[in-house]
Write a protein of this length. Structure first.
Length: 208
């Protein structure tokens, strides 16, 4: 049994099979770990790569699904500046009926009512708060709570609900957003407690 498999050897009920998490690299962190992220670390590999605790990722996905399900769908703003986050965000927004912003986030989107694209979300989901720093800054100014996927190199300043996971990998982001979308729809009652989305995680994956 690998070290990663031992992390859930107690056989807790995960949202998806452990192998799905591992094959998508959700547990793979970086060679840097901030003080903020130490509590989410499972181990450090001999090569210095930090490995995230899948159990904690799974727990936070459940909490985030419950939390986000309470909001009016159109008032959930989901953001990805990073290329690999764009398709996951667009697919997530399509299924959850959220407001997506991919690519460049125009300054003032949340703070300047004179802008044509001004928007007033009630909650924000960030793919990587380090890269999505402009929307994070604006969310803090206007008091919008922030849910964010965070890897080992992230700080948690301004993050209300952190979901530890590999927020840089193509397959990882696809799976994380797929699970989160499914959880929200299950919590809303739009999916049964054991029902799946009509498409698998591959539909969330950026191909270019």
């Amino acid at each position: 049994m690998s070290e990663e498999q031992k992390m859930v050897s107690q056989q807790i009920e995960l949202l998806v099979p452990l192998e799905m998490y591992l094959q998508s690299g959700v547990h793979i962190g970086t060679h840097t770990c901030t003080k903020h992220m130490e509590r989410f670390i499972f181990r450090v590999r001999p090569d210095g790569l930090y490995i995230l605790d899948i159990k904690k990722t799974d727990e936070r996905l459940r909490v985030a699904g419950r939390f986000l399900s309470r909001y009016e769908p159109s008032k959930i703003m989901v953001i990805a500046t990073r290329q690999y986050g764009r398709q996951p965000v667009l697919k997530f927004a399509e299924l959850v009926k959220a407001k997506p912003i991919v690519g460049r986030f125009v300054p003032g989107t949340l703070t300047n009512p004179k802008l044509e694209w001004y928007y007033e979300p009630e909650v924000m989901v960030l793919t990587d708060p380090r890269i999505d720093s402009q929307p994070l800054e604006e969310a803090l100014k206007v008091g919008v709570p922030v849910v964010a996927f965070v890897s080992t190199d992230n700080r948690l300043d301004g993050i209300d609900l952190a979901i530890p996971g590999n927020n840089k990998g193509r397959k990882s982001l696809a799976l994380l957003y797929w699970i989160l979308a499914r959880q929200i729809l299950r919590e809303r009652g739009e999916l049964g407690p054991n029902d799946n989305l009509p498409q698998g995680p591959e539909a969330f994956e950026t191909t270019t």
